[in-house]
Design a protein around this ligand. Sequence first.
Ligand code: NIG
Ligand code: FE
Length: 415
Amino acid sequence: MSRLLIKNIKSLVQVREPSVLKVSGSEMKELPCLENAWLAVDNGLIADFGKMEDFPGIEDWKGLQIIDAEGKLLLPCYADSHTHIVYAGNREGEFVDRINGLSYEAIFARGGGILNSAMKLSESSEDELFEQSIVRLYEVIGQGTGSIEIKSGYGLSVESELKMLRVIKRIKELNLIPVKATFLGAHALPAAFKNNKRGYIDLIINEMLPRIASEKLADYIDVFCEQNYFTYDETKEILEAGKVHGLIPKVHAEQLSHFGGIKAGVECGAISVDHLEFCNDDDVTLLKNSDTMPTILPGAAFFLSLPLPPARKMIDAGLPIAFASDYNPGSSPSGNMNFMMSLGCVQYKLTPEEVINACTLNSAYAMQLSAEVGSITVGKRANFFITKPISSYGFIPYSFGSNLIESVFLNGVKQ
Ligand code: NIG
Ligand code: FE
């Protein structure tokens, strides 16, 4: 693998020691940078970096590729710890229905929403699904994403859930970026089990989970804990069943109402609880006494016009916060983490430092990848991007809707 030196970097952003795996509370306000810096890559990893004035020379670097980044910033790629990029078709029609006054809940009640995506997915072959999904993968890589979590949950039958997870496995095996797979069979009650919720939960626990575990198709187990979806007790039962098969819990929690998802997640040792629009003070206390990463999905709250999760309050209480895109056809048809940062600054009143920490190191923690990606650290994977010439990192969330990324490097290779 080639050796690469990037020199004259205007600002090398998010420089961390290997021991820092997440940042919490007031630590999120700090974003360590090196001005006028160089960065060296060897064998796909960050080999070293420093200030130009201390540059040690390059005598022993044979076959070295050199890039001049004058006037440009270098940031670690975004870690997107919550996506549903494996899906078939789109839900543009429901978007228009919502504009015309129908609620997300009403669309689900008439058999649309997640069930609409499940119908479309059941009619697509594994190859078709893979082709559609990798288009989205390349799209988000171009927008700066360098590690990703992908969920199932539009299958809702043994065969279709396995089909989704096999597509995620194929994406993982491309070895482009680190990929974590999440089994979300408990995303909604499928039409075939409309009057038999117990039957569907038994199917998840007794049939889906053992197959998924034996084919090693998932790292995590997730449940949509919400009114008309899965209760607190059901969430815990399903998460515990996943743990028996070695899967680590995550939860879709408190998105449309306060329904106990955070409590269920913390009690089951979840690595993250995500959404959090209806997170209350008791939840903040629960999270304070846990290692669970509270994860906000600003795209979904924006697209569905939901109340905003209390991000400011959570950070001020000393909690860490991660951001992820929730890229999916129903509630967030975008995986653009640059835009998630703009939403974080404008709507949630977080500083550029806080949103960059939320979208890199903390979101990498939310998928147990912060020892491998999420910061500029010697020994971490060389997944980073170079911006166009810009004034400072705050210009990225400031310029909402612009694409300020000039080039993306994965394992030190320019894409
Ligand atoms: O994260 N909240 C539940 N699941 C997804 C949306 C699913 C859909 O509408 O397709 C979410 O928002
Ligand atoms: Fe989601």
